[in-house]
Design a protein around this ligand. Sequence first.
Ligand code: SF4
Length: 349
Amino acid sequence: MIPARLQEILSAALGGAAPSRDDCVRLLSFAETSIEAGMIRATGDAVSRKRFRNEAILLGQIGIETFACPANCRFCVFGKGHTQFPETRLTTDEIVSRAQTFASGGDLYALFLMTMHEFEMDRLLDVVAAVRAAIPSHTQIVVNIGDFDRVQAGRLRQAGVDGAYHVCRLREGIDSDLTPADRKRTFRAIRDAGMDFYYCCEPIGPEHTPEELADQLLLGVEYGCFQHAAMRRVYLLNSPLAGRGQITELRLAQVVAVVALASMACPETDNIAVHEPNLIGLTSGANVVYAETGANPRDAATDTSGHRGLDIAGARKMLHEAGFTALRRGDGSTVPLIPETMRQAPAQC
Ligand code: SF4
């Protein structure tokens, strides 16, 4: 029998009321294979499709450089205490070329530029200017970089950066050398500079309790995130957290659904992502996937495209298979979501 309280929470969600913190804990406490979890995922899917008009968003991310990262996140391939990753640095020409490839389909919402926790602001601004000049105006630019202050946020905004991905991660300061207060200060700098704030419940592992997940995901709601999301920690053989294992895509989808329901309390939330891209997440409340090239914190390969990272054609195909009918671009316009095979087909007379 379906618990009465669960039915109340899900009925309220279908009517537009977001679950409370305690309700989120309850939703996250069901086993991922249970009928209750199935109902939660179905409700997350229904709510998101209605809220976002069954439109999806395609994003591209380029990891522009790598070195032993001082943030030392125990779950990341670049953490300075355990990394075996070579130093890499794409030239500006290489970054521009990859950006143009991502944007060439005419349906990319935003291009993400990712660095390590430390980054050279002047170089990043030069890269932003070069990329901005090379891609269409309907594709936005978003940064995924370390902590920065309000002045730096203003410089990024002035250079043409539309948003920033930033997270106070699960067990931040315990499984990383960063401090939650610094992460939240950056959230405020992003918002105060007028940029879109991209947040995520991450990096989820089997050890995280429903209470931890609820508290961390609700931070995105509290700070008015433009994008919410869920991401699992990927098993990396030589990382300090390897022994804790990895959750399934099915469990990740349950978190996606709770993120989608909880985000109804956040008027700024415009879309929901799932990392890494997968169909269960895209049918549980997510409507966004990222294609990736260059470095990726969840991948030991120096170029994640063709490895863990999905290419743009694969991302587009996955969104189509999940039933989305249109792609939204960075200027608010939409284009029909056409599968790759039909995009390649010659015109019929
Ligand atoms: S997750 Fe980001 S901040 Fe943490 S070690 Fe990796 S690159 Fe550095």
